[in-house]
Design a binder for this molecule. Structure first.
Ligand code: DOR
Length: 455
C-alpha cells in the first residue's frame, strides 16, 4: 500500500543488525525505509508526514517466533484480528503462530485457509508454524513438504512435545532438506505426569503436584543429541530452568544448528507468584490462595532459574525472546489450579516486562532489542533478515517506544481477548508508543498522538 513519505524525527535509533545506536531520523517512502541516521531528514521532501519521536527509541519491529492465535477452532480465545492488534500494541510487527488449533495446522489446505483469514484480518505479518506430526498426535510425521510449500516457517507440535525420539530424529533430518527449524516443546511426560506448577516449596505448601526441571532438561538433552547426530535444525522453545543452560552451551560449543528462546515471564517472575504475589489487595479477597493466571507450561520456577536465564540471554547463548502468548477465555482459568488451562497472555506486556532487565543493568538496551529482532530472525532463517533491520531498502516495520515511561498493566485496555496475565495491576516501566508495518501505522498511543493525527 502506498503511504507516501514519512519522517520519524529525532528518536534514538537502535538497529542492532547494523550496529547502529544514535539519535537521528528515519525516512520512509511507500512503506520502505529510504534512510535512517543523522542525515536522513535531508532527503525528506516537503509535505512529508512528520512523526515527532524525540525521547523515544526507534528500532526494527519485534519478531515473535512463538505465539498462539487460536485460529482455526478457538476463536472464543483469540482471532487473527484481536491477536494481531495485540501484537501491534506490544510492538511486534512479525509473529509466528503455533499449530495447536482445531483442526491442527497439519496440511497445506489448513495453511491456505489460515492465510486467507490473515489477509482479511491481520494488522501485522503472520507466519504459520506447521505441525511436526499429523494432528499433533505424535504417531506419524505430518506432510512436511506440503506444509512447507504452503508457507509455514517452522514445524512444532507445541503444547505437546514430539515425544517419540525416532519421529523427532526423522523431523530433524527433514529440517535439512526443507531449511526450516523444528521447534520442540520439551516435556518428558512420564515425569511431568499431572504436575501443574514447578516442583518445590511453593507447590508443596499449596499441595499441588509439581513439575521437576528434569522434565524439560531430559528431552532437551535428547534433542541436542539428535541434532548432533543428524545435523538438523533444532529450535528449543520456552526454556525455563537453569539446568538447560549447560546443555545449550554444549550444543553451541559443538557448533550445532541449535537455537533457543526464553519467554518474558520466565525472565521476570517466579513460582512465588502462584500465590498471587503480584496481586495484593482486595481483588484477591475471597479467591483461593493462588492465581490460575500464573499457570503456564513450562512453569514459573525459582529465582536461581530466572537469574541463569537472564545471564544466558545477556550473553547471547539464548538467541531470542519469544512470548508464547497463550490467550485463554475466563472459563478456562476461573477454576481450580489443577483444572485451569496452561498459558499466559503476553504480547501486550512483553516489552514492559523485559525492560526491567535493562533498568536493573542486567542487559543493555541494544542487546535486548537484538534478542527481539535479529535473534528470532536468525533462528527463523535468512528470509527474515530484512524484517529485523532499519537498513535502507527494507520494509518499514518499526516500533517506537519510551523505555522509561511508567504505567500500570490494565487488562481492560488489552486488544487481546486473553486477559489471563498475573501482571494485572503491576507497575511496569517502558511502553510501546507506535508500531508501523510497511510504513503503515498499526498502533499509536492516543495520549502522545491523539486520534486526529492518525493516518
Ligand atoms: O502454557 C502454555 N500454553 N504452554 C504451551 O506450551 C501451550 C500454550 C497454549 O497453547 O495454551
Amino acid at each position: 500500500m502506498a503511504v507516501g513519505d514519512i519522517l520519524i524525527r529525532g528518536p534514538r535509533i537502535i538497529d542492532p543488525g547494523r550496529g547502529r545506536d544514535q539519535i537521528g531520523d528515519v525516512l520512509i517512502r511507500d512503506g520502505v525505509i529510504l534512510a535512517a541516521g543523522r542525515s536522513a531528514s535531508e532527503s525528506a521532501p516537503e509535505g512529508s508526514r512528520i512523526i515527532e519521536a524525540s525521547g523515544l527509541v526507534a528500532s526494527p519491529g519485534f519478531i515473535d517466533m512463538h505465539c498462539h492465535l487460536r485460529v482455526p477452532g478457538f476463536e472464543h480465545k483469540e482471532t487473527i484480528a484481536t491477536g494481531t492488534r495485540a501484537a501491534a500494541h506490544g510492538g511486534f510487527t512479525t509473529i509466528c503462530c503455533m499449530p495447536n488449533t482445531e483442526p491442527a495446522i497439519d496440511s497445506g489446505q489448513v495453511v491456505d485457509q489460515l492465510l486467507e483469514r490473515v489477509r482479511d484480518e491481520a494488522v501485522v505479518r503472520v507466519y504459520p508454524i506447521g505441525c511436526v506430526t499429523k494432528g499433533r498426535r505424535g504417531e506419524e510425521l505430518a506432510l512436511l513438504d506440503d506444509l512447507a510449500a504452503a508457507g509455514v516457517v517452522a514445524f512444532s507440535d507445541d503444547g505437546d512435545p514430539v515425544y517419540d525420539p525416532n519421529l523427532m530424529r526423522l523431523a530433524l533430518v527433514r529440517s535439512l532438506d526443507l531449511s526450516l527449524p523444528i521447534s520442540n516443546h520439551c516435556q518428558e511426560r512420564s515425569l511431568s505426569r499431572d504436575g501443574v506448577m514447578a516442583a518445590g516449596s511453593v507447590a508443596r505448601g499449596l499441595g499441588l503436584p509439581g513439575i521437576p526441571a528434569a522434565v524439560e532438561e531430559i528431552m532437551m538433552a535428547r534433542d541436542i543429541s539428535l541434532a548432533e547426530e543428524t545435523g538438523g535444525r533444532l529450535h528449543l522453545a520456552h526454556l525455563s530452568s537453569a539446568g538447560t543452560i549447560p546443555l545449550l552451551r554444549r550444543a553451541r560449543d559443538l557448533g550445532l544448528a541449535v537455537t533457543a528462546e526464553v519467554c518474558p515471564h520466565h525472565l521476570t517472575i517466579t513460582d512465588d507468584w502462584v500465590l498471587g504475589a503480584g496481586r495484593t489487595g482486595p481483588e484477591l479477597e475471597g479467591r483461593p490462595s493462588y492465581d490460575t493466571f500464573t499457570k503456564v507450561y513450562p512453569p514459573l520456577r525459582g529465582q536461581e532459574d530466572v537469574d541463569a536465564l537472564v545471564e544466558a540471554l545477556a550473553e547471547g547463548l539464548i538467541d531470542c525472546i519469544a512470548t508464547d502468548h497463550a490467550p485463554h477465555d475466563q472459563a478456562s482459568k476461573q477454576c481450580g489450579y489443577e483444572e485451569a488451562a496452561f498459558g499466559i497472555s503476553v504480547l501486550e506486556t512483553a516489552l514492559g516486562s523485559v525492560l526491567q532487565l535493562v533498568h536493573q543493568g542486567r542487559i543493555s538496551l541494544p542487546s535486548l532489542v537484538e534478542r527481539m529482532t535479529v535473534g528470532p530472525a536468525k533462528a527463523l532463517g535468512p528470509a527474515f533478515a530484512d524484517l529485523a533491520t532499519l537498513g535502507a531498502g527494507t520494509p518499514a516495520d518499526i516500533v517506537l517506544f519510551d523505555p522509561d515511561l511508567d504505567w500500570v498493566v490494565d487488562t481492560s485496555a488489552f486488544e487481546s481477548k486473553g486477559r489471563n496475565t498475573p501482571l494485572q495491576g503491576t507497575p511496569l516501566k517502558g511502553r510501546v508508543m507506535m508500531t508501523l508495518v510497511a510504513g503503515e501505522v498499526v498502533y499509536q498511543d492516543k495520549g502522545r498522538w491523539p486520534e486526529a493525527d492518525a493516518q
